[in-house]
Design a protein around this ligand. Sequence first.
Ligand SMILES: [Zn+2]
Length: 287
Amino acid sequence: MPELPEVEIVKQSLEKKIKLKKIKKVIIKNRNLRFKIPVNFENFLRSAIIKKITRFSKYIILHFLNGSFCIIHLGMSGTIHLIKKNKKIKITNTSFYNSPNLPEKHNHIEIKFNNFSIVYNDPRRFGFFEIIKNKEELNKRFSHFGPEPFSKSFDLKYVHNYLKKKKKNIKSFLLDQKFVSGIGNIYASEILFLCKINPQKKGKNLNQTECKKIIYFSKLVLKKAIKLGGSTIRDFKNISGNKGLFQNEFKVYQREYLNCLNRDCLGKIKKKTLSKRSAFFCNKCQK
Ligand SMILES: [Zn+2]
């Protein structure tokens, strides 16, 4: 499942390829994604020029020159492939999770440009495309989301106030998009390990120093993951032939029963299900 760093990589790949390009045609083979693709989608996108591409949380946002937008969410298994005409390039995936080249099945949407196309593939169909008419609608769309870890408003006052009366565990808060946007399961475990905070600790029991650590390490872990190209769980590469390398940095994720990597700690990494998601943590140094 793509998390913020992986979505950022897709966004960066798209930026290199489709910025300032004009859409020629849109072909939809299957409208039944998580939300049904509206009937006017093809017309809406035809002839639109892409001004820029941004990302908020796990959403890719295409900004069109005419002031409208298209939001893309990759869901659980969505990938975007770049297919060049007359060129047989093996690797088409704009990121490095799932298949490196275009699969035969589940290619739901094709957006055609002058001499290349982008194809949206999604076997589980939890992803979606959404048309947004103007800036006001876009702001409204994301108004119920918490700040990204990189945002200035993700500060001590915000985090401490938010958590101070809450009984839910901190691991669940890191996954709660109303509290903070864009942290997924892998990174939540990694962040808490660096903070030396037990994932089962209740929000209200976190002191100011621990809140500061949450802020600091959330930024650090995500920045590092983006820099390293995200996490490649399987041996795949992105379109530039690069592989995500953050998986080599995992301290706790998928390291159950292994020794803690903190020096002087004799603990072992445990796996526990919290709010239906697996949490990985050291039983000794995370309090
Ligand atoms: Zn430890």
